[in-house]
Design a protein around this ligand. Sequence first.
Ligand SMILES: Nc1nc2c(c(=O)[nH]1)N[C@H]1C(S)=C(S)[C@@H](COP(=O)(O)OP(=O)(O)OC[C@H]3O[C@@H](n4cnc5c(=O)[nH]c(N)nc54)[C@H](O)[C@@H]3O)O[C@H]1N2
Ligand SMILES: Nc1nc2c(c(=O)[nH]1)N[C@H]1C(S)=C(S)[C@@H](COP(=O)(O)OP(=O)(O)OC[C@H]3O[C@@H](n4cnc5c(=O)[nH]c(N)nc54)[C@H](O)[C@@H]3O)O[C@H]1N2
Ligand SMILES: [Mo]
Length: 719
Amino acid sequence: MGVLRAGRTLLKVNQAGGFDCPGCAWPEAEKRSHFEFCENGAKAVAEEATRSRITPAFFADHPVSELARQPEFWLGKQGRLTTPVVKRPDSDHYVPISWAEAFSLAAGHLNAIHPDEAIFYTSGRTSNEAAFLYQLLVRSYGTNNLPDCSNMCHESSGMALSATIGVGKGTVTLNDVHSAKLIVVVGQNPGTNHPRMLAALETAKQHGAKIISINPLPEAGLMRFKNPQRAAGLVGKGTQLSDLHLPIRVGGDLALFQAIGALLTAWQAVDHDFISTHTSGFAAWRTNPSISALITAAADAAASPSPAGEVMAEVVRATGLRWELIEAAARMFADSEATVVCWAMGLTQGRDAVATIQEIVNVQLLRGMVGKPGAGLCPVRGHSNVQGDRTMGIYHEVPAWAGRLKIEVPPKRGYDTVEAIRAMRDGRATVFVGLGGNFAAATPDTEVTEAAMGNCTLAVHISTKLNRSHVISPPGQTSLILPCLGRTEHDPAGFVTVEDSMSNVHASQGRLPAASPDLRSEVAIVCGLAEALLGLDWSAYRTDYRTIRAVIAEVIPGFERFEERVVHGFTLAQGPRDSRSFPTRDGKARFTASPLTSIEVPPGRLLLQTVRSHDQYNTTIYGLDDRYRGIKNERKVVFVNPDDLAELGIADGSFVDLVSEWKGEQRRAPGFRVVAYPTVPGCAATYFPEANVLVPLDSTAHGSNTPTSKQIIVRLEPK
Ligand SMILES: Nc1nc2c(c(=O)[nH]1)N[C@H]1C(S)=C(S)[C@@H](COP(=O)(O)OP(=O)(O)OC[C@H]3O[C@@H](n4cnc5c(=O)[nH]c(N)nc54)[C@H](O)[C@@H]3O)O[C@H]1N2
Ligand SMILES: Nc1nc2c(c(=O)[nH]1)N[C@H]1C(S)=C(S)[C@@H](COP(=O)(O)OP(=O)(O)OC[C@H]3O[C@@H](n4cnc5c(=O)[nH]c(N)nc54)[C@H](O)[C@@H]3O)O[C@H]1N2
Ligand SMILES: [Mo]
């Protein structure tokens, strides 16, 4: 970026009057420091604010078929897209096209098909204003086909929470985290993916909080943290963050939280008042076969210290944890008067993700830990505005407020991400539009997905940087790349707004000059499409974002007086958090009874999960190191427990193919270096998106349809 430009830009990250960090969705503290960003936020900013540019000459030099052979890392390094380009069906090159022509080309295709044959994907960096207009455009056109990255991310959390507490969002504020007595971090690697969260954990620790981490990997940042924003944090060993680490088997969390719930019940460490006043379904949960067996077993175990009972053995098998460790964790829940449970992709991307998160809700309800200061449920979102996009109606279902849109909203549910891939694969969808993101690389079953996208007659990508999705366009397809402004750049139509993981809505305004004079804002591009497709005049929206917020204020509950309140930012009101009122059918928070399940892995096979390295943002690869895990200059590695390697007769450092086995099908990712690593026995790990080729399209979480990117059964085939 250049040192001065970088320094000036970073001072505007997450500041009032500055821009929202395009990194993660962790909220900013009320009292902001001058450095409200982290190492990885700085990388995200630098990636966008790069001085490298992709010009028409680049596309003249590189045919699409050649670009398709380049790795994602190389594509990203070519710099910012600068001008709209089109690849016509009979050409192997992208060439410049005017904005007007691009819009009418897209409109021509869309007008020639049934609206349900078009897919409108959204990634989570899109502002509230662009998201609201985009869903309005798509629904006015006549479809709810609005899949989004959330379908692969926190959909399981949204489903689990709406069914239990009536709201698909977390129930904590940053102050709750700061004042919690116990913070449980499950299936999340904040040191890499939400580094600013570590500062909040450190504050909580200073106030006396205890921390439990539940993870098959001993994630470095979580175990011990040096706060780079305080001089004292730079020296010495930093703060020991985690008080208890549970090295859980992948997919074992459902069994773990059932056991914790049963122990709390057996110990009478439950909040009877809260349960009787605010919840329903406790009796059904209590008599659920696995829970009642565990309660009995737990009561027995209190008398005799040796764990007994088949169901306990089942929990130990499912979790891979010693019973004493589970008891120690339950004891910490019992002793805490204010508990926050945080989780991310380690829970949401498993087969039983929804039931697992509901088991966490059960435990929090047992102890009355919802709507209480210092306590609550905290799904930690990924993309910086993924929560806001959903609030704005980026959803394949019809939002409750859709009736206020003053349009005829199509009644039929649309496709989610996995269904969209199937529809393109089967020829039921023929146009793909992506508002941000990298659909081809982020989704499961890469070969199937790329072929499915290739089936479309038109693909439209609204993007800041070149990525895989742009370059897999086969002959016969028309493909448009529409380059847009990023968060860091000045937009003359005004600031935009975003919503973080804790429902705080605030403004974001970039200051850097546009990467190219030919860029348009996401809002302007959506308006251009709407005008060409629907013949509407959206010029007011395009030139003054206050006009969009005025409509949002009328349509979406909670956004009354939007313009006035967003000046200082506001937190969306919420029943469960604010007043223990639950917008469910009976007005109560619900206990959920689920069977005790875990993933069965055949002998000689491993349960593979896919994670992010410290040097990537989803499909954007910043660099090839993964500092905290000791990996340098490579990404095709697979982390395996040394005991498993010994048993499989595979040497540390040797090369293997990863072969996923699912319902008689095989998928292969060749040439991964084996790294002996202290992951839980039986569980391996590798990086997303290289391993997405291994995730079967039809292997999804029950209820949320989220691809099971954390639970792939594989065998290692030596080279
Ligand atoms: N720098 C950076 N920041 C990011 C991102 C990025 O790519 N780079 N991505 C953003 C996005 S979109 C998201 S959604 C978030 C993702 O944030 P995370 O969820 O932290 O991301 P992952 O790397 O997928 O890490 C998943 C964690 O869950 C653990 N895990 C896997 N399986 C299980 C299991 O069965 N049980 C338990 N208890 N743990 C398990 C893994 O070991 C790993 O520590 O980060 C956001 N922030
Ligand atoms: N195996 C496996 N697969 C996964 C996951 C996993 O853990 N394992 N995680 C899943 C998760 S949690 C998520 S959220 C998805 C992510 O899926 P996506 O959101 O689709 O992917 P990203 O890599 O974040 O998208 C990066 C692209 O977004 C574009 N972009 C960046 N900034 C902007 C902007 O401001 N505006 C616009 N219009 N475009 C922009 C750039 O062109 C860049 O190439 O992947 C999912 N896939
Ligand atoms: Mo995500």
